[in-house]
Ligand binder design. Structure first.
Ligand SMILES: [Zn+2]
Ligand SMILES: [Zn+2]
Length: 184
């Protein structure tokens, strides 16, 4: 088993039959490299491993398996407004349901998703794809370095959080001059 604090959960596959007797505590990490592929498409980069602190419980008599807990990691994103890279600690709530057996809606042997329940045809629950999916769903749609990021000036492109530029006052002067001209 090893120390709970240093459990590598990266390749863990849980035999759901073993959950009949006792809930399974999942406490440990998945190395960030395992998520390189999914993160590639998102514009984000993981700066730390992905830590999981959760419990798997099999409910009687419904036979649903619940994964509850949290997962956390630190990622780097590029601000959508000012394009500056920034770090963001992602803390995600885990609350997932699994059902042992085939998905009644589909007879393919792959693990299927129907609504919020994932079916497990082979009584095996693989942790990595679940955490991958949570991570992708938890990514910010429009990452921002700060809530009040001022963004880039559309005129000169300077980062308005750092370098106030003179574009807006120029624009005002231009329109005032034009107004004065029109009023003559
Ligand atoms: Zn920004
Ligand atoms: Zn400007």
């Amino acid at each position: 088993m090893g120390s709970a604090l240093h459990n590598n959960l990266g390749h863990i596959i849980i035999d759901t039959d073993l959950l009949y007797d006792t809930p399974r505590i999942l406490s440990g990490y998945l190395v960030s490299a395992l998520f390189a592929d999914v993160m590639d498409d998102t514009g984000g980069t993981l700066l730390s491993d992905v830590w999981v602190d959760a419990t798997l419980r099999r409910a009687v008599p419904s036979q649903q398996i619940h994964l509850r807990g949290t997962t956390r990691t630190t990622a780097q994103f590029e601000c959508a407004l000012c394009l500056t890279p920034f770090q963001h600690e992602m803390v995600l709530e885990l609350d997932r349901c699994f059902m042992v057996g085939d998905d009644p809606a589909d007879d393919s042997s792959e693990t299927q998703m129907t609504m919020d329940i994932v079916f497990l045809p082979n009584n095996r629950l693989e942790l990595l794809p679940v955490i991958e999916e949570e991570l992708v769903l938890g990514l910010p749609m429009m990452p921002r370095c700060h809530d009040d990021c001022a963004g880039l000036c559309p005129g000169c492109g300077s980062n308005l959080n750092r370098d106030p530029c003179s574009c807006s006052s120029d624009r005002e002067e231009h329109s005032m001059a034009r107004l004065r001209y029109l009023l003559q």
